[in-house]
Design a protein around this ligand. Structure first.
Ligand code: HEM
Length: 356
């Protein structure tokens, strides 16, 4: 595991020696080699092929900056916040964050809102079982769903991401169904737990620090900085692997060809040589070169969408909610044997009292 910010950035930048385009599943920790063959795109490609896909996908993933998109997101979030105010004690994970993530994803994919019902019904454990992090049968739910959606988009074209990919070509060649599937799997999987944990953690944070919510209400101009700071602090994606292509040194350690390293975004984001008081949330932190969304060619394609969600969530909470009280909670702990890390919550029962 590469821990310091400088080393993480150096390795993430050096895609020739620390590659992503190995056998599908190998750069994920734990490895998914035994449960899937589909290459996730653009995540498991290296330049120059990687850049062709990024150039194709970048404009689509910038749509969250459009006013119509922002308005729809505001509506989705306002409705969910009103529901919690109205219903009283609510499990934020299943009744708020999962719904928010799923409904917002309909905007990103540009598919009918009703599709979110299917994804909400999958529950929070769709891509991992309770028993094991790696569950091929669970993953098949998503793969079959995506195969089906691609066939539907072939029969009935629309303005969705599926249809856009079906119409696209790279170097004059249409994308294959397998490539489209690779993009869609990543869009679903990469943006699910990360967003659910970012949203739930943000709410739990405001419950534990009521003065922060009041401060943001009084100083809305610092909300963009608060978004970056909360994402740095929570770092919803702990780390991601790379395959080493030649014997080399990294952070004063020798690594051999064909071994794996992991780029630990979460640790780099607490690097005391870069971040003052790294273990504190400083809402208006001025210098914040965090890597919660990665670094280098593979930086997060969904970051614009994720940032827009957290920004809209904070703004809506400051407008509508006075205080948040947590009644009970069950932590979601990532367990790698040698170390454990709290990444969010399995359950977080909370009450929102209205701001009048
Ligand atoms: C707070 C939420 C999120 C966090 C913390 C996060 C984090 C990351 C990180 C650290 C990477 C870099 C992986 C690497 O270098 O190997 C990444 C890549 C990626 N993320 Fe996210 N992500 C978030 C939300 C999303 C969303 C909402 C989507 C889409 C729906 C998404 C799609 C992707 C894709 C497609 C890539 C691969 C980009 C490439 O390889 O060029 N992510 N994300």
């Amino acid at each position: 595991m590469i821990l310091g910010l400088k080393d993480v950035r150096k390795c993430a930048h050096n895609w020739k020696i620390f590659q992503s385009g190995a056998v599908p599943g190998r750069i994920v920790v734990p490895s998914e080699v035994s449960i899937r063959e589909t290459r996730q795109i653009p995540f498991e490609l290296d330049p120059p092929e990687h850049k062709h896909f990024r150039d194709l996908l970048n404009p689509w993933f910038k749509r969250p900056l459009e006013q119509g998109y922002i308005n729809s997101l505001q509506q989705i979030i306002a409705e969910l916040v009103d529901d919690v105010i109205h219903n009283g004690s609510t499990d934020i994970v299943s009744e708020f964050s999962l719904k928010l993530q799923s409904r917002a994803l309909t905007l990103l994919l540009n598919v009918p809102y009703e599709e979110s019902l299917v994804w909400i019904n999958w529950g929070t454990h769709v891509f991992r079982s309770n028993e094991s992090e790696l569950d091929g049968e669970k993953a098949a739910i998503l793969y079959d769903y995506i195969d089906n959606q691609i066939e539907l988009a072939i029969k009935t074209p629309s303005d969705s991401l599926y249809s856009s990919l079906l119409n696209a070509s790279i170097d004059g060649k249409k994308l294959s169904k397998e490539q489209i599937k690779g993009v869609m799997i990543l869009t679903f999987a990469g943006g699910r737990d990360t967003v659910i944990n970012a949203v739930t953690n943000t709410i739990a944070y405001f419950a534990s620090q009521p003065s922060s919510l009041s401060r943001l209400r009084k100083e809305p101009e610092i909300i963009p900085r608060a978004v970056e700071e909360l994402i740095r602090y929570f770092s919803p994606l702990t780390h991601m692997g790379r395959v080493v292509t030649q014997d080399t040194d990294v952070a004063q350690q020798g690594v051999t060809a064909d071994s794996r390293i992991s780029l630990c975004w979460a640790s780099a984001n607490r690097d005391a040589s870069v971040f003052e008081q790294p273990n504190e949330v400083i809402l208006d932190r001025k210098i914040n070169p965090h890597v919660a969304f990665g670094f280098g060619p593979h930086n997060c394609l969904g970051a614009t969408h994720a940032r827009q969600i957290i920004k809209t969530l904070i703004t809506t909470l400051t407008n509508k909610v006075d205080t948040i009280e947590v009644l009970s909670q069950q932590d979601n702990i990532e367990d790698w044997g040698a170390f454990q890390r709290k990444i969010g919550y399995e359950q977080l029962n909370a009450i929102f009292s209205p701001y009048r």
